[in-house]
Design a protein around this ligand. Structure first.
Ligand code: FAD
Length: 342
């Protein structure tokens, strides 16, 4: 086990509510690490609707999902939080009063005095393509995310999909792979036009292959892939030689490991009290879309309010001997100093 990263607060989920919680915790001097399964910051705003306008953020008449994420990142900058992306918190163990040990699927270990679950609708997980027997190759020859590009150097890659992820990874991995074949069910791509143009140029130059059709079966044994059977749109079958498949069929949200952390759940949501947003486990809080209480609205502004109240109670666990004095950012020189504006 790697050496534990010790922190005051660990936030699980770097969506808008997890991000604003960094600000509220920071004003009260708490150090924060955040973990997110996605390769980017911003949760649903960044993953599901980066370019869509949001009209109900208080004081901001219109901002896109990505715009809000960037504004929140700017706002939390003074507190210098550490992000651990591409990692899913898998286990949570209570080891003190309160003190929690959390482990991610990448083997990172945290010891945190306070845990804030800001996991939204749960973890984003890749959709598995309907190919018989694909499970036997997952983790050895089939991968749903690129964590380290080097892993794919010299590989014969079959990338499946027509969105931004499929096209971005085609372009990024083509220079280091032995050969890349991109497979999509039709010759029309949802990805950014510029990426599609670049891909078509590589195909025209003979530097990669493009096939139209769907994977119907896999050839190989013991998790080692040799090829994929592909059915073209005209019904013709062919075999694509490959040792690795990267399917990018989008993401779905599942409650995931949150269900195993010992916090009470109601219909896959975490019930909390509205004074502090603490769960049934002292020291573990739940804010944003993942929590439930009478009258809950799954709005970003609700999660912001929840983060502010959560931070007050969290501070009592992190600094048991310190009295929290309520202050305004407008008039408190000590808060302004923390924000670097005074
Ligand atoms: P999320 O944004 O869901 O972020 C949670 C994060 O936690 C995710 O990134 C996930 O990967 C991560 N995570 C989960 N489990 C784990 C784990 N075990 N380990 C590591 N990471 C984990 N709200 C509004 O207020 N106004 C709007 O106009 C609006 N429009 C919307 C439009 C669309 C199309 C959608 C889908 C939603 C909209 N919403 C809107 C809702 C809003 O996006 C959510 O309320 C908000 O994103 C909730 O924020 P959150 O931080 O709680 O969770």
């Amino acid at each position: 086990m790697s050496e534990a990263i010790k922190t005051d607060v660990l936030i699980i989920g770097a969506g808008p509510c997890g991000l604003f919680a960094v600000f509220e915790l920071g004003l009260l001097d708490m150090r924060v690490h955040l973990v997110d399964i996605l390769d980017k910051i911003g949760g649903q705003c960044a993953e599901l609707y980066p370019e869509k306008p949001i009209y109900d953020i208080p004081g901001i008449p219109m901002v896109t999902g990505q715009g809000l994420t960037e504004a929140l990142m700017e706002q939390v900058k003074p507190f210098n939080p550490t992000f651990h992306l591409n990692e899913m918190v898998q286990t949570v163990e209570k080891i003190g009063d309160p003190l929690f040990r959390c482990t991610t699927d990448a083997g990172t270990v945290f010891e945190a005095k306070v845990l804030v679950i800001a996991a939204g609708g749960g973890s984003f997980q890749p959709k598995r393509p309907p190919v018989p027997g694909i499970e036997a190759y997952e983790g050895t020859s089939v991968f749903y995310a690129v964590r380290k590009m080097e892993q794919f150097r010299g590989k014969e890659l079959l990338i499946v999909g027509g969105g931004d992820s499929a096209l971005d990874w085609t372009l990024n991995l083509q220079p280091i792979a032995k050969r890349v074949t991109l497979l999509h069910r039709r010759d029309d791509f949802r990805a950014a036009p510029h990426s599609v143009e670049q891909m078509r140029k590589l195909v025209a130059e003979g530097k990669m292959d493009l096939k139209i059709g769907q994977v119907t079966g896999l050839d190989g044994e013991n998790g080692v892939l040799k090829g994929a059977q592909v059915k073209g749109n005209d019904g013709a079958m062919s075999t694509v030689s490959c040792d690795t498949i990267l399917p990018f069929f989008g993401l779905t949200m599942k409650i995931g490991p949150v269900a195993d952390w010992g916090v009470k759940l109601e219909n896959n949501l975490i019930p909390v009290g509205t004074e502090t947003f603490e769960t049934n486990v002292p020291g573990i809080f739940a804010i944003g879309d993942i929590n439930t209480y009478p009258g809950k609205l799954k709005l970003i502004l609700s999660g912001f309010h929840e983060g502010a109240l959560m931070a007050q109670k969290a501070s009592r666990y992190v600094f048991p001997d310190k009295r929290v004095v309520f202050q305004y950012t407008t008039s408190s020189s000590s808060l302004q100093k923390k924000l670097g504006v005074n």
